[in-house]
Design a protein around this ligand. Structure first.
Ligand code: KIV
Ligand code: ZN
Length: 508
């Protein structure tokens, strides 16, 4: 079997998606789950870009021991020094240096000649090599670069020490046949190609990121860069779950190829990334979307009942989608709840289990049936609680077609004092946010997005609210869940403001 290295860039390119900011603890939580998923390399961030990124890469390097930890760097010595510092505690450190290669970038952005770029690339790979052995180099915008020049760059950076050379389709412009030819051309034309691994990094602007990556694998690429749920710059990156499951499901095409990913962890990882980034997974998303294994047509349902393979090319359990549709109610005891949590893949410590059980009993009092999705939402709600931050204690609104929407709110402040205030607004949610603003007092905060969705069907469903706010040009996401959507909105808004406050503290 030839192994395809899975290089996950959810925490770097994925986090570059507009509105996808994660704090350091959230990045660590995702990194731990990626390690459980079995990815080979975690690109944990871009240390020179911000102190928060540096801190996240350093922490992940210390805590995650199985996967290699990679830091991205511009092709300049100071950025490489910072990347090296961030990964120095990693069990398997990697530095990834990138530099534009296409004429359009050279002429309009960098104002440098091809020869200058070639020399810079080599010099910087050699500089990074002083710190670690595992060096990746990316000629950015490779798919719009003269292939002969790409062959030349690949050959030179290998000479200078690059152990992986990544070929990015930075702007998602390539078409599968053409991209495959580029990769095939590299294997034919680069003399020292045997000394490196060829990687690909495809963006999804034309919806072809996965197709291009798989075509590259067929032409010899042995590392694929991807993100969970396909999140990333603009239209996103190649989706990890689609790449992994395509290679696994079509082993007749991808003969003797495999990845080290434990596919049973895919669904859980997808939920975690969606939860923490605030990016909802579209229902028809391959592998992890809510409808990916749902059959609506009568003929299909009939076929699946008789023999699942008639209309299902994958068993949902293989990607970790819980098979049971068992529902719990208020008479289900601690034992049944604990078992259900374990089946859903949660391993909570005693305190977290007690909090989850209390929340479950409270929910079961309001809702006749508590489903897996409700339980996932309860656990997620608990994880959102940020220590040393504001907590919602009470919220009360009056509204209607004649009254003036008014909200009274009581928060517990980080010093444990309770603070109350009230406000009027254009509607109940606006009034709640105004009242919270009066307590938390962050200048120039702007609410940019507000979405409500129900976790399950039915009038008694839990409502999940996602709020994005902007402060000093940075977007922060907050989420909250409750059977009352006003309460869920208040929780989500407090959660978003807490993130602004925490980010302010880490920047100082
Ligand atoms: O899309 C791109 O070219 C990148 C590079 C940094 C590899 O993300
Ligand atoms: Zn990219």
């Amino acid at each position: 079997m030839d192994k395809i290295t899975i290089f996950d860039t959810t925490l770097r390119d994925g986090e570059q998606a507009a509105g996808g900011t994660l704090n350091v603890q959230e990045k660590l939580e995702i990194a731990r789950q990626l390690e459980k998923l079995g990815v080979d390399v975690i690109e944990a961030g871009f240390p020179v870009a911000s102190p928060g990124d540096f801190e996240a890469v350093s922490l992940i390097s210390k805590e995650v021991r199985e996967s290699a930890i990679c830091a991205l760097s511009h092709a300049n010595a100071a950025a490489i020094d910072r990347a090296a510092e961030a990964v120095k505690k990693a069990a398997h450190p990697r530095i990834h240096v990138f530099l534009s290669a296409s004429d359009i970038h050279l002429v309009y952005q960098l104002k440098k000649s091809r020869q200058e770029i070639l020399e810079m690339a080599c010099k910087m790979v050699a500089h990074a090599k002083k710190y670690v052995d595992d060096i990746e180099f990316s000629p950015m915008d490779a798919s719009r670069t003269d292939p002969d020049y790409i062959y030349q760059i690949v050959e030179e950076v290998i000479k200078c020490g690059a152990t992986t050379v990544n070929i990015p389709d930075t702007v998602g412009y390539a078409i599968p046949g053409e991209f495959g030819d580029l990769i095939g051309g590299i294997f034919k034309n680069v003399k020292n190609i045997g000394k490196t691994v060829i990687s690909v990094h495809c963006h999804n602007d034309l919806g072809l990121a996965v197709a291009n990556s798989l075509e590259a694998v067929k032409h010899g690429a042995r590392q694929v860069e991807c993100t969970v749920n396909g999140i990333g710059e603009r239209a996103g990156n190649a989706s990890l779950e689609e790449i992994v499951m395509a290679i696994k499901t079509r082993s007749d095409i991808f003969k003797n190829l495999s990845t080290g990913v434990n596919s049973a962890e895919i669904y859980k990882t997808s939920r975690l990334v969606s939860e923490l980034t605030g990016f909802v997974v579209q229902p028809n998303k391959a592998i992890v979307g809510a409808n990916a294994f749902r059959h609506e047509s009568g003929i299909h349902q009939d076929g699946v009942i008789k023999m699942a393979m008639t209309y299902e090319i994958m068993d949902p359990r293989v990607v970790g989608i819980p098979a049971s549709s068992l529902v719990l109610g208020k008479l289900s005891g601690r034992h049944a709840f604990k078992e259900r949590l374990a089946e859903l893949g949660y391993d909570l410590d005693d305190a977290a289990f007690q909090r989850a059980f209390t929340a479950f009993i409270a929910l079961a009092d309001k809702k006749r049936e508590v489903t897996d999705k409700d339980i996932e939402s309860l656990v997620a709600e608990d994880k959102r609680t940020i220590a040393d931050a504001y907590h919602l204690d009470r919220v009360q609104v009056t509204c209607g077609d004649r009254g003036i929407p008014t909200a009274a709110v009581r928060l517990v402040a980080p010093d444990n004092k309770t603070i109350s205030d009230a406000a009027i607004g254009t509607g109940p949610v606006d009034a709640v946010c105004e009242a919270i603003d009066k307590i938390v007092k962050i200048p120039d905060i702007k609410l940019t997005e507000f979405t409500v969705k129900s976790v399950t069907e039915g009038i008694d469903a839990i409502g999940e609210v996602l709020i994005r706010v902007e402060s000093k040009g940075i977007t922060y996401t907050g989420r909250g869940a409750d059977t009352d959507i006003i309460v869920a909105s208040a929780k989500a808004y407090v959660n978003a403001l807490n993130r602004v406050v925490t980010a302010g503290k880490t920047k100082k």
